[in-house]
Design a protein around this ligand. Structure first.
Ligand code: DOR
Ligand code: ZN
Length: 343
């Protein structure tokens, strides 16, 4: 198969930032995806429905008029989130989920939840109002090896969460391990997972290939090859619990190439082309549409898109850097060959 037409995809996990960076990155996503679940980890974070409404307006204002794109907003869960706010979110037309970051786990997560015990009433309210919980599934305890933080989160917290809130829809975001795949496969139908392009394409050697590679540093960290293979099998396998979420997370080159570089990989420039490569490499191109365009809307109880996109096998070079907000972003695959092209 050297070309394929699929229902227009959506990105179920995306960082769009704000201001000049938003302006710079939004066209990349909107060119490919009809909708995206927009992460709320701004500075300060998007913790209220009013803030989500204002952020949504800024995104729509930044959208080039020729592009058709709908941002799906999320709230950032804190120790102080109220059940009233959850009710307002559930009543709103545009807030589709609430995002849990363990405090200190990743970029702009300082206001995240310090202890799941603090948000039990809020999780009850989300379960009652059927508002999905999106999980950054890592523990932050300093004594836990950074490569083990997802597996330990599942063991210490996720098993309990799914037991205590048996009807709460949950997405384990950006899964990185075979452990996460197994957990989600065995869980109830309303427990799902997103998978990034970078976790499907790379293993942890990519962070150290010939030297330190800051542009391959993201959280949760990319893991061993055996885990990459488990993720690829889950993505291409057709199970509706797994769907596309790029976690594309732009940082400037200077913020990445630093003595304490930021976590995040910018894949939005050609995300659907990168996923197409994974599916083609696994002889599963016919299942790209389910993963990219059907499983996500079905989970979020939104209609599937009605338009289509066309992808064909064609080599092209990803630029070594992209101009953004007067600075540079180094995209995934910078300066290297891409194998698929979106028409
Ligand atoms: O690598 C990451 N970057 N992981 C996250 O969880 C956050 C994201 C960001 O916002 O930069
Ligand atoms: Zn993210």
């Amino acid at each position: 198969m050297d070309q394929i037409t699929i229902i227009r995809p959506d990105d179920w996990h995306l960082h769009l930032r704000d201001g000049a960076m938003l302006q710079a990155v939004l066209p990349d996503t909107a060119r490919q995806f009809a909708r995206a679940i927009v992460m709320p980890n701004l500075k300060p974070p998007v913790t209220t429905v009013a803030q989500a409404a204002a952020y949504r307006e800024r995104i729509l204002a930044a959208l080039p008029p020729a592009l058709d794109f709908t941002p799906l907003m999320t709230l950032y869960l804190t120790d102080n989130t109220t059940t009233d706010e959850i009710e307002r979110a559930a009543d709103s037309e545009f807030v589709h989920a609430v995002k849990y970051y363990p405090a200190g786990a990743t970029t702009n997560s300082d206001n995240g939840v310090t202890d799941l015990g603090h948000v039990q009433a809020v999780l009850e309210a989300m379960q009652k109002h059927d508002l999905p919980l999106l999980l950054h599934g890592e523990v932050t305890a300093a004594e836990i090896d950074v490569f083990d933080r997802e597996a330990v989160f599942i063991e210490r917290h996720l098993q309990r969460l799914t037991h205590d809130f048996p009807a709460l829809r949950m997405v384990l975001e950006h899964v990185t391990t075979a452990d996460a795949v197994q957990f989600v496969e065995a869980a109830e139908a309303h427990v799902a997972a997103t998978i990034t392009a970078h976790h499907l394409l790379l293993n942890r050697n990519a962070m150290f290939a010939g030297g330190l590679r800051p542009h391959h540093y993201c959280l949760p960290l990319i893991k061993r090859e055996q885990h990459r293979q488990a993720l690829a099998a889950a993505a291409v396998g057709g199970n509706p619990k797994f769907f596309l979420g790029t976690d594309s997370a732009p940082h400037t080159r200077t913020a990445k190439e630093s003595d304490c570089g930021c976590a995040g990989i910018y894949s939005a420039r050609a995300a659907i082309e990168l996923y197409a490569e994974v599916f083609a490499d696994n002889n599963a191109l016919q299942r790209l549409e389910g993963f990219a365009s059907c499983h996500g809307p079905d989970f979020y109880r939104l209609p599937r898109n009605t338009s289509t996109i066309h992808l064909r096998r064609e080599c092209w070079q990803m630029p070594p850097a992209l101009e953004a907000a007067g600075e540079q972003i180094v995209p995934l695959r910078a300066g290297a060959t891409m194998q698929w092209r979106l028409d």
